[in-house]
Design a protein. Structure first.
Lengths: 207, 234
């Protein structure tokens, strides 16, 4: 003979089990619907084409070791990091062209990313100063010609081009495939922080 | 007898103590400061540097120029210290240590490249600074920058006079920036004609010999420069 209180307890447990089972089914169904919604790859918004703007590219010339500003019209995104990547991509496209004055293979895809961040330890009077971290691809570094002049011109022209288009950027650091690398191709030091003011071409003062 | 000897000895001593006109001793001439040139053939060992179009590696071309220049300077009575005489690997700090221990009057870091044209002369882009008792290792070149630029002018003049296309520049130079001497990095690039066609590769023996002769002439001129000695103790 089963006591009455045990029958009540068993009934309560059965009711609780059924309730939990129903709740579990509802949660699973909800998660499945969320997953299906997230996997949707159909374009829902047309891509916006940035309007073409004038950009200054500071191009290098191996024959006279000079940096010369050139004006180019190209689509520039509003985001500063993407903007920096766009102008550097155009600069490296110039270098990859057959008639380049500073031949370097690779082109626009050689700039993987450009990160902008506040300069660490900047004075309050210069709080808008930014540090640009340029992440180059390993294939660009591997195929870059080796030499004091050619490597230095690449590094300095990147710094000068960033400064010409993003005046708030005062310092530039370089990464290759997201890692620090001693030199670009055996000569130009990539471990240091470059000051963009030092790279800017001035009359009678070559880099 | 002993008394006579004693008397004679005391008389002779008295005679020796008598003041006689003696010409004042001439001060010794000031020692001629040592003039040491440090030649640093860049790269070496595992670090081969650039690959030249001739098939040679930059480290070998640098060493060849290093040996040519050392011979020319030694033949002119200049003491030369080299950072390497064979295909060995030396880090940048060790190269600067060699230069600094030598208390050199000229330090030249020798490079070769397939890019550009003629000879590239580079001084460090460090800002000139006043000498201090203790110098930071990474920027020890700062007090010598002015003299390094003057040395670049002398080498540029000699190379241009010899008909070479010379480009001058100031760039970050790890290693050289730890040297406490007038210091330059010198990079030989192909010799090109007006059509930009290569007429001599950087490892061409005749081309290297002509460049080395011009550099040696510049070093001799630098040695005779009366303001040069200021560079040794800025």
């Amino acid at each position: 003979m089963i006591p009455r209180y045990q029958k009540i307890l068993l009934a309560l447990l059965l009711i609780a089990s059924l309730g939990m089972g129903i709740k579990l089914w509802q949660l699973r169904d909800h998660a499945h619907k969320s997953l299906l919604a997230g996997e949707s790859t159909a374009p829902t918004k047309a891509p916006e084409i940035a309007p073409a703007e004038q950009a200054t590219l500071v191009a290098a010339n191996d024959l006279d070791n000079s940096l010369v500003p050139q004006m180019h019209s190209l689509p520039l995104p509003a985001d500063p990091g993407a903007r920096a990547r766009a102008v550097l991509g155009k600069l490296l496209d110039l270098y990859a062209a057959p008639d380049s004055t500073h031949p370097v293979p690779g082109g626009a895809t050689s700039v993987d990313q450009v990160f902008l961040m506040p300069v660490p330890g900047a004075r309050p009077s210069n709080s808008s100063a930014q540090l640009a971290v340029v992440n180059l691809t390993g294939s660009f570094a591997a195929s870059h010609p080796s030499g004091l002049e050619t490597e230095s011109l690449t590094v300095l022209s990147i710094c000068a081009t960033i400064r010409a288009n993003l005046p708030n950027v005062t310092e530039v650091r370089f990464l290759v495939d997201g890692q620090q690398r001693p030199t670009l191709a055996g000569h130009a030091d990539l471990t240091r922080t470059y000051l963009t003011a030092d790279a800017t071409p001035t009359e009678g003062n070559r880099p | 007898m002993k008394l006579l000897f004693g008397l004679a000895f005391s008389l002779s001593c008295t005679a020796q103590q008598t003041p006689t006109p003696v010409p004042a001793p001439q001060p010794p001439p000031p020692p001629t400061p040592r003039f040491v040139v440090v030649l640093d053939a860049a790269h070496g060992g595992d670090d081969s540097g650039a690959h030249l179009d001739s098939g040679q590696l930059e480290k070998s071309a640098n060493l060849a120029l290093n040996i040519r220049l050392r011979s020319l300077l030694t033949a002119r009575g200049i003491q030369v210290i080299t950072t390497r005489e064979s295909d060995i690997s030396i880090d940048l700090d060790r190269r600067a240590e060699v230069a600094n221990h030598a208390n050199a009057a000229v330090c030249l870091s020798l490079h070769a490249s397939e890019n550009g044209s003629g000879v590239h002369l580079f001084a460090s882009s460090l800002a000139p600074a006043q000498p201090t008792r203790f110098l930071a290792w990474k920027t020890a070149q700062s007090p010598w920058i002015t003299r390094s630029l003057a040395l670049a002018g002398a080498v540029n003049s000699a190379l241009t006079h010899a008909g070479f296309n010379v480009t001058l520049g100031r760039i970050p130079l790890p290693g050289v920036e730890s040297m406490t001497c007038p210091a330059l990095a010198l990079e030989i690039s192909p010799q090109r004609d007006s059509d930009n066609t290569i007429t001599a590769e950087p490892d061409n023996p005749d081309y290297q010999a002509r460049v080395a002769a011009s550099i040696a002439a510049a070093v001799l001129e630098w040695r005779s420069d009366p303001t040069r000695t200021e560079a040794r103790q800025p």
